[in-house]
Design a binder for this molecule. Structure first.
Ligand SMILES: CC(C)(COP(=O)(O)OP(=O)(O)OC[C@H]1O[C@@H](n2cnc3c(N)ncnc32)[C@H](O)[C@@H]1OP(=O)(O)O)[C@@H](O)C(=O)NCCC(=O)NCCS
Length: 165
């Protein structure tokens, strides 16, 4: 696999992130316009944890957006993970998920906690990836953000690991 590095997103990365989100089903369902995507990502970068996976040319090929205290003001919540469509299935998503978990523990100053995420019922691939990675389904919210889309809440107990990434 090409050398992939994960670093904090900068303003200059946002166009590439907008592009990969717009290309995905996720973008299609939740953000009907480019302006909505740009506004959401702009806000995310300034308020939350927003990291990009970059290739050897320092170009974004994926991103992850989370809040270390996003769930009940106490537990990590993964807001969004996206890998550029031509770079999927190469392990970048796995690397970004590890970063979500380990960086949240670092930000919380904890050795162990529960990490949460929501996944839409149309997204079977992501659901399977999370399940394989140890996330358990705990509830389903019907029509939570969009009338015809049900959201599945998943949780995993995560522990601090030495030398991740
Ligand atoms: C979901 C997404 C981020 C995954 O990224 P990715 O880079 O393709 O994932 P990876 O290549 O790292 O694969 C992750 C793991 O899932 C496994 N996996 C992949 N497809 C799978 C499937 N259909 N069933 C079970 N496991 C699967 C892989 O084997 C890999 O397992 P491993 O780490 O044990 O080897 C990517 O598909 C994406 O950006 N989708 C569009 C946006 C989206 O839907 N985001 C999620 C909702 S917020």
């Amino acid at each position: 696999m090409e050398q992939i590095r994960i670093r904090a997103a900068q303003q200059a990365d946002l166009d590439a992130c907008c592009e990969m989100l717009a290309e995905s089903r996720l973008g299609e369902v939740y953000y009907p316009s480019r302006k909505m995507i740009a506004d959401a990502l702009e806000k995310a970068v300034s308020q939350d944890s927003f990291l990009v996976a970059v290739n050897s040319a320092d170009e974004p090929v994926g991103f992850i957006w989370y809040q270390a205290r996003g769930m009940f003001h106490s537990f990590p919540y993964l807001h969004m993970i996206v890998v550029r469509s031509d770079q999927q299935h190469t392990g970048i998503g796995r690397k970004l998920m590890q970063t979500y978990e380990q960086d949240s523990l670092r930000l919380l100053g904890a050795l162990r906690t529960k990490a949460y995420l929501l996944v839409a019922d149309f997204n079977d691939r992501a659901f399977e990836i999370y399940r394989k990675n140890g996330y358990e389904l705990i509830n389903q919210f019907d029509g939570l953000f969009r009338r015809n889309v049900n959201e599945r809440l998943m949780v995993k107990t995560i522990t601090r690991q030495a030398n991740t990434q």
